[in-house]
Design a protein around this ligand. Sequence first.
Ligand SMILES: NC(=O)c1ccc[n+]([C@@H]2O[C@H](COP(=O)([O-])OP(=O)(O)OC[C@H]3O[C@@H](n4cnc5c(N)ncnc54)[C@H](O)[C@@H]3O)[C@@H](O)[C@H]2O)c1
Length: 316
Amino acid sequence: MKVLVTGGAGFIGSHLVDRLLAEGYEVVCLDNLTSGTTDNLKHALKHRNFRLIKGDIRRTRDVWKAVKDCDTVFHYAANPEVRIGIPRVHFENNILGTFIVLEAMRKYDVRNIVFASSSTVYGDAKVMPTPENYTPLEPISVYGASKLACESLISSYVHTYGLRGLSLRYANIVGPRLRHGVIYDFIMKLKRNPRRLEILGDGTQRKSYLYVTDAVDATIFLWRSVEKEYDVFNIGSEDSVSVMDIAKIVVDKMGLKNVELYTTGGVDGGRGWKGDVKYMLLSVQKLRKLGWTPKHNSRESVELTVTSLLEELETG
Ligand SMILES: NC(=O)c1ccc[n+]([C@@H]2O[C@H](COP(=O)([O-])OP(=O)(O)OC[C@H]3O[C@@H](n4cnc5c(N)ncnc54)[C@H](O)[C@@H]3O)[C@@H](O)[C@H]2O)c1
């Protein structure tokens, strides 16, 4: 079976590519290599069942070329930055890009799409852990809004054009090859100045983190087991860690002593930036009921990630 992974040269996408190849699928990757790299694909590029198309989901012809003859599209290409958001960039890469992917699927009669959505669709949820049927869905970042818009588009194509769709609302996914988010940010800051670490916000932000192998495992599991035409699942761990805890883990793993940890205080009651969801914990009961549980909790996921990123940065 041939599958397409858009954004397959990125962090989560490349782990998904590796896993799909290991399981015997033929994999096409469409990526414009803006944040993704061929380095992430060094195993895949040696594989005879793998093809990389350097192209853009905003360009119809690139997408046509990639989608044709595939059974499933794992749609992971996006601008994943919650923080640095230029609304048009999110609109074009995330919403317009998804629309172009769906239109190509319609043209070539490709029926299955698995979409990388996000916990940010919930905004500041009042129920925690937050279940999939929580309402109102009120994103507080343009990124979150773009993910919710994509979910809606996919649902509409399922109901109108007979596609099958899965929207996966990931918590913070971390692990080897990660190049954005708080863990990577802290490591880079401490490499520049090992004496002081600036923490955006008031440091009490608490969120759930999931190791990338668990995330990929849940993704493949759901792709194979869900029978409904369209469904939505949270994918996360069952606990959370604070930003201050993450800072301490990074300092500790880097073997640093007497580091001054200082918070910027943040905006709107201690958020790191406007649009930063301060507390996030997803309910994974729906996923659990199908028989899947994560192997690592949030703290372990963060610790494993810091260790692997330090190794990666050391070996270049
Ligand atoms: N990392 C997380 O914690 C997390 C959480 C929830 C959802 N997601 C979603 O998962 C997906 C992957 O995120 P990631 O963390 O691996 O980020 P990433 O930046 O490593 O991966 C995104 C990939 O998409 C590619 N890309 C971006 N715009 C493109 C375009 N216009 N055309 C073709 N390729 C393009 C990039 O080059 C990159 O390889 C994204 O959709 C992101 O929104 C990530």
